[in-house]
Structure formats: structure tokens, C-alpha cells
Design a protein around this ligand. Structure first.
Ligand SMILES: *Cc1c(COP(=O)(O)O)cnc(C)c1O
Length: 389
């Protein structure tokens, strides 16, 4: 049968009918241990009872309200985000891409309002991923995403990954902003060292450039802190959030300081769906659960356990794996074989993982995965690796 779905994805021949916590269940009842979590989206697992309750309760009241009116659920989500982060202001979106678009617009508006409308250069890092809109692909700049889609939006200045001297040297009095992921996700689970993040903050303070962090994948407890930049003890001026914040319901946000957001007055930006009551009711519940320090303590403990198991796998399969990287439950296994082959071998063991660039296998389980499931995951990955030998 021919599919009428635009074939922009290489899809595995598996379809899931329902989910339970860390498990995705196919129509024939086969249970797959889900270490991809919809690419860091199902942060609290599938069919989480608290989130089902938040969604269905709201669904019985009102689904959609235009942003022409007050939306109390949106106010509540914004209050929670402001309470737990650097942010003064929040704009709610439906996705990470939309958050990236607004972040870029906010930077341009800021400098325009400062009387420097030509100050548009945004320093980025190669291997980045900010989404698939025309702006976001220009920001990331990789040929894989941009080829055939030119001319690209101007103003982005990508620096090779790992060249921290070049990164610092690129930040001058002409730089509008620095925009990057504290831990690259698609790029291969590559954390920026804390010292580099601190140097970036200092360079931005010195030149006036805005620091824009993309925490779409690394945020919402994924690294063991609510947001990854907290490990470095710095704060950004603008931050993009999505993926985990909706726990599976489409939701994103841009967080900003009053200073960075000052130009975004009535009429400068908008979204029909962004901030609708359904998404915000779920997002607020996700925030309440993940921002709890006890929850984050548990994430860190589980991360230690998972990491130890993965180190064991690397030792047991030196021909398949090279090492473990990442922070918290944003983990990567650097492979000596094609990570897509490990993903495929995983399907046979009924375990879901996600490939990334830089020959890395991504492991992004639900943050509430149990210890027993972590042990089970290691067993299944061990079998998958053995099948490749
Ligand atoms: C997934 C991702 C995006 C894009 O988010 P969408 O919701 O797919 O639009 C942006 N930045 C990072 C770091 C991501 O991982």
C-alpha cells in the first residue's frame, strides 16, 4: 500500500498502540523498553496518570481560547517557569522550532531598539540543531539541512565544535547574540564544559551580546538540574524550551529577561495555538513534578546507575562501543559501528534508542525510569551489542 505521508522520515516498521511508563506497546502486544522517549519528550513516561488527569480535566472545560483573551492556564505555566528560572517573561509556543524563531526575532528587535538595526550577527556552533524552519536551519547551518533550501537567512556565524578560542574570539562589539545548546543533542550528546559557558557569559556581558541558550533537549530535568546551564552557575538572557515540557503534548516556550524581551510589545509576535489551555494545563503539571528538588535528586541517582551500566557495556563490547558521554539522563554511547545498526539490533531486543551525529547512540529514557528498568535496559543493550559482533 502506498503511503500518503510525505516521506521525509526513514521510519522503522514498528507502530505503537499505547504506552505505560517506560514501555511503548505495539498492536500485537510486544512491549518495547523506550530509551528514546519520543526524543526526550515523554519525560514522565507514557500515559503518566498525573498528566492524563491534567489533560482530561482541562479537555472537559475548554480546549482553545484565542490569545485575544486572558488564559489563566498560560499565566500559571509562565509563573511556574519564572519562579524556577532566570526568566521574567515567557512566550508559549507549540514547538522548539517556533521557540527558536522567536528567540532570533527577539535578538533582532533588541538591537533594533538599541539603535543598531545592523547588529544582526548571531554566533552559533557547528553540529547544532535548532529546528527545521528556514531560520532554524540557517542558524544550524549544516549542509544536510540547508541544501536545496537557499537562499538562507543571513546573520549566522557558526564556529567549529570544540574550538573554544575561536568561539570567544568571534564575540565582539558587533555580535548581536551567541546562540547554542549547553549540551548538543542531535549533534551527538556533546556537553559544553562549564568553564566555556562561564566564559561565554562573561564575553556577552563585556560586549553586550545576548546569550541565547537552546535547552529544548537538555532542559526540563534531563541533565539532573531543571536546566543544564544551572550546572555552570550562569543564566542566559533568552532560552528556548520544548520537548520535555509538554510530556508528550506539543508545547514549547521562550523564556527571557525583562531587558532582552523589552521590545516585544503588543503586535510584535503571536501564535494561534501557542499557549492554549490544554497544552498549558499539562505543561504546568509537568513543571510541578520536575522542578521538585526530590524529583531531580532521583534523576541524578538514576543517572549514576545508568552511566555505570553503560560503562560496563563499553568494557564488555570494545568492538561496538568506544565510550559513554553526556549528563544526567541525556546519555550517549559513542559507537565504533554505525549507531543506526545498534538501533536496529535494539529493535530485535525490543528496546528503543535514537541515533545522533558524531557516531553516537542516544539514550534519553523517561526521567522516572525505574532502577529495575535500567538494569533491564543494560541487559537488552548487551544482547543487541552481542548480536552485532
Ligand atoms: C528538537 C530540538 C529543536 C526543535 O524542536 P521541535 O519541537 O522539533 O520544533 C530545537 N532545538 C533542539 C536543541 C532540539 O533538540
Amino acid at each position: 500500500m502506498t503511503s500518503h505521508v510525505l516521506p521525509t522520515y526513514n521510519r522503522a516498521p514498528i507502530a505503537f498502540e499505547r504506552g505505560e511508563g517506560s514501555w511503548a506497546i505495539a498492536a500485537d502486544g510486544t512491549r518495547y523498553l523506550d530509551l528514546g522517549a519520543g526524543i526526550a519528550v515523554n519525560a514522565l513516561g507514557h500515559a503518566n496518570p498525573d498528566l492524563v488527569a491534567a489533560l482530561t480535566e482541562q479537555a472537559g472545560k475548554i480546549w482553545h481560547v484565542s490569545n485575544l483573551y486572558q488564559i489563566p492556564e498560560q499565566e500559571r505555566l509562565a509563573d511556574l517557569l519564572a519562579e524556577h528560572t532566570f526568566a521574567d517573561q515567557v512566550f508559549v509556543t507549540n514547538s522548539g522550532t517556533e521557540a527558536a524563531e522567536l528567540a532570533i526575532k527577539m535578538v533582532r528587535k533588541y538591537w533594533s531598539d538599541q539603535g543598531q538595526p545592523d547588529r544582526i550577527e548571531i554566533v552559533t556552533v557547528e553540529g547544532a540543531f535548532h529546528g527545521r524552519s528556514t531560520g532554524a536551519i540557517a542558524a544550524a547551518g549544516s549542509e544536510k539541512m540547508t541544501k536545496g533550501f537557499g537562499p538562507l537567512m543571513p546573520g549566522f556565524h557558526p564556529i567549529p565544535w570544540g574550538d573554544h578560542d575561536a568561539l570567544m574570539a568571534a564575540i565582539t562589539d558587533k555580535t548581536a547574540a551567541v546562540m547554542l545548546e549547553p549540551v548538543q543533542g542531535e549533534g551527538g550528546i556533546r556537553p559544553l564544559p562549564d568553564g566555556v559557558l562561564r566564559d561565554l557569559r562573561a564575553a556577552c556581558d563585556k560586549t553586550g551580546a545576548l546569550l541565547v541558550l537552546d535547552e529544548v533537549q537538555s532542559g526540563m530535568g534531563r541533565t539532573g538540574r531543571l536546566f543544564a546551564h544551572e550546572w555552570a552557575g550562569i543564566t542566559p538572557d533568552i532560552m528556548m524550551v520544548a520537548k520535555g515540557i509538554g510530556g508528550g503534548f506539543p508545547l514549547g516556550a521562550v523564556l527571557a529577561t525583562d531587558k532582552a524581551a523589552a521590545g516585544m510589545i503588543a503586535g510584535t509576535h503571536g501564535s494561534t495555538y501557542g499557549g492554549n489551555p490544554l497544552a498549558c494545563a499539562v505543561g504546568a503539571r509537568v513543571m510541578e513534578i520536575i522542578a521538585d528538588p526530590d524529583f531531580l535528586d532521583r534523576v541524578n541517582r538514576k543517572a549514576g546507575l545508568f552511566r555505570q551500566k553503560l560503562e560496563g557495556l563499553v568494557a564488555a563490547h570494545p568492538d561496538v562501543f568506544e565510550g559513554v558521554r553526556g549528563m544526567g539522563l541525556m546519555l550517549g554511547l559513542k559507537c565504533k559501528v554505525a549507531p543506526a545498526d545498534v538501533v536496529k539490533a535494539g529493535y530485535d531486543q525490543h528496546i528503543l534508542t535514537v541515533p545522533a551525529a558524531d557516531n553516537v547512540l542516544r539514550i534519553l529514557p523517561p526521567l522516572n525510569i525505574t532502577d529495575a528498568e535500567i538494569t533491564e535496559a543494560a541487559l537488552r543493550l548487551d544482547k543487541a551489542a552481542s548480536s552485532l559482533a
